[in-house]
Design a protein around this ligand. Structure first.
Ligand SMILES: Cc1cc2nc3c(=O)[nH]c(=O)nc-3n(C[C@H](O)[C@H](O)[C@H](O)COP(=O)(O)OP(=O)(O)OC[C@H]3O[C@@H](n4cnc5c(N)ncnc54)[C@H](O)[C@@H]3O)c2cc1C
Length: 581
């Protein structure tokens, strides 16, 4: 393991050997933001840590969110003050210290239509929202706008009934890249991170009066091989799969996870003329217009879900609902022809009523719950992307609580509030050097700025690949900022094993390009194949695998000209987990 936390897909065998040979303090099941956060939390306390992820890092909910790092203005209305307070503190810590290269401030306009009633109400909420922040404010205060001021910032709004607006600030992130960076930072602290490794059973040993969970049996989804990973404590961070992992242990935890589906559509930036994000109140919740490079992400929905967790798919109704909600305020309505992509994700909500289905999912708390149903096994569910660091702290605290008594080792407290993610350290000194870097490496300044915004100071590692092979400086897909070097880097440092890892999560071409990245799939296979030793036949098979995946998950005909379903594929489906102890 190197100090830059490189996850080199070419060294998978060495990673598997370590998993099988070493005894770990903590084994994390699940490589979404919660699991990656738990791995970093535990590793930075000096513990020996392993993480197994059944598919790819962030392939579950953590690549399908609204991509906001926010306090959640609407939770104030639900009197969830603790959640909002904690989330705002986390937002500010991420923007200012832990991940300034990844988490960036973004403004939102809240149009007002009932001036007399709404302005004092929303204004009071925003005063509270701003007041809950710490004293160091990395994002500006909210502001009041007149109707004219609102239209100046968002000419796309219909002037009908518009009485004014409020402008406030939150932050946004590429959720998949953030998750990967947290996992890499854990690797830099010597955690072993393994993907395409499904926990299919839990190991148990006699202990004291009863039994203790002492690791997991893991299936390598690339080869079908089984291996046992031993650990003093197993931590389950499996999102909407949590109940299934509990079943592996034959335990009933003190909570169940209720799945709520959220759908977003992606439309070109030019389809909505506005220089700020927007948030609208809808009948059931809120609708965001989130600026995303050359696009807007518009969503979301919130409906109970009971299908296949690995492939939540957007329905006709979901798309129609979002378009109708957006068009209530737009002067030029969005149509199906504007929709570049669609994606769906599942919120892992904790149902205190043990899943009796009584409460609508919009009303369920976004707070998290930790449980230790049997010795050696701890699990966490619920929460938000924004609060992952606190979730990680809480679940690791619970997992190591008996280490002092049982193992004679006291474990120090969490230090992740002082651990900037890889790429953050030294950023202030590298950003002004963008022009010089562009000259030194013979690429455009825009390319360097693009890399700095995604890799922070690690951008230099991507540029070094270009120095060795100038063909990698070429754009991957025309009209998109990604470089070929990013594909190579995804293999050598970001554990990309298949095309979907690169096209869906290391880059976001799946949701940003009208063909979901199909036209560059063969080229990606060539770059990856050169590094991973793929034959011509294997390259063709990998390309076909990606094309099949987007076809299967992309109800194009149903959704529109370039729609796509949820990202994600692979072995984990509801039936994939066999009970084995
Ligand atoms: C539509 C939508 C919008 C959202 N927007 C926001 C937002 O803007 N801001 C915010 O803060 N939060 C948001 N959230 C919430 C946030 O995205 C989730 O809380 C968070 O991503 C959950 O992360 P997780 O790691 O718990 O779950 P996941 O990301 O789903 O990770 C669980 C992982 O466990 C793996 N796994 C499952 N079973 C096994 C096994 N047996 N062995 C090994 N691995 C296994 C899965 O493959 C998966 O990768 C949103 C959620 C949705 C659905």
């Amino acid at each position: 393991m190197t100090s830059n936390g490189a996850l080199d897909a070419r060294e998978r065998d060495a990673m598997l050997s370590r998993l099988a040979a070493e005894r770990f303090d903590v084994l994390v099941i699940g490589g979404g933001i919660t699991g990656a956060g738990a791995a970093l939390d535990a590793a930075s306390r000096g513990l020996r840590v392993a993480l197994v992820e059944a598919r790819d890092l962030a392939s579950g909910t953590s690549s399908r969110s609204s991509k906001l790092i926010h306090g959640g203005l609407r939770y104030l209305e639900q009197f969830d003050f603790k959640l909002v307070y904690e989330a705002l503190r986390e937002r500010d810590l991420l923007v200012s210290k832990l991940a300034p290269h990844l988490v960036k401030p973004v403004s939102f306009m809240y149009p007002l239509y009932k001036k007399v009633v709404e302005r004092p109400y929303v204004g009071a909420g925003l005063v509270l929202y701003d007041a809950m922040e710490g004293t160091r404010r990395p994002v500006p205060h909210h502001r009041h706008l007149s109707a004219r001021g609102a239209l100046k910032r968002a000419p796309a709004l219909s002037p009908d009934r518009l009485a004014g607006a409020m402008l406030y600030y939150d932050a946004q992130v590429d959720d998949a890249r953030h998750t990967l960076t947290v996992a890499r930072t854990a690797a830099a602290h010597r955690a072993v991170i393994g993907t395409r490794l499904s926990a299919v059973g839990l190991l148990r040993s006699p202990s004291g009066e009863g039994e203790r969970v002492t690791g997991a049996r893991v299936r390598d989804e690339e080869t079908g091989r089984l291996l046992d990973v031993s650990a003093e404590a197993v931590v389950v961070c499996a999102g909407v799969w949590t109940d299934l992992v509990h079943e592996l242990a034959g335990v009933r935890a003190g909570y169940r996870v209720r799945m709520s589906k959220g759908v977003h559509i992606v439309v070109p930036r030019a389809a909505v003329d506005a220089s700020t994000g927007m948030i609208l109140r809808t009948e059931k919740s809120v609708l965001f217009f989130i600026p995303w490079g050359e696009h807007w992400i518009v969503g979301t929905t919130d409906t109970d879900f009971a299908g296949d967790r690995a492939e939540p798919v957007a329905t006709e109704d979901d798309i129609e609902y979002i378009l109708a909600a957006a068009n209530r305020v737009l002067a030029r309505p969005l149509t199906r022809a504007d929709v570049v992509a669609v994606y769906a994700g599942l919120r892992p909500l904790v149902d205190p009523a043990l899943g009796n289905g009584s409460k609508p999912t919009t009303k369920l708390s976004r707070e998290h719950v930790v449980d230790a149903p049997v010795p050696g096994l701890t699990s966490i569910a619920g929460g938000k992307f924004t609060t992952y660091r606190l979730m990680a702290r809480d679940v690791v605290d619970a997992a190591v609580a008996d280490f002092g008594r049982d193992l004679g080792r006291e474990v120090p407290g969490s230090v992740t509030d002082q651990v900037p993610l890889l790429g953050a350290d030294g950023l202030a000194a590298v950003q002004p050097a963008a022009g010089r870097l562009a000259e030194d490496y013979g690429v455009s300044r825009a390319a360097v700025e693009h890399l700095l915004g995604r890799y922070g100071t690690l951008a230099v590692e991507v540029l070094d690949l270009i120095r060795d092979d100038s063909a990698l400086a070429r754009p991957l897909a025309s009209g998109h900022p990604y470089l070929r070097a990013e594909v190579a880097y995804a293999v050598t440092c970001e554990d990309a094993l298949h095309l979907e890892d690169v096209l869906m999560r290391r880059t976001r071409l799946f949701i940003e390009s009208a063909d979901s990245g199909a036209s560059v799939a063969a080229e990606v296979a060539v770059i990856m194949g050169r590094l991973l030793g793929w034959s011509r036949r294997r390259r063709a098979a990998e390309t076909r695998r990606y094309l099949d995946l987007i076809e299967a998950e992309c109800p194009v005909a149903a959704i529109g000209p370039a729609g796509s379903g949820a990202a994600g594929s692979g072995p984990v489906s509801d039936g994939a987990l066999a009970v084995a102890t």
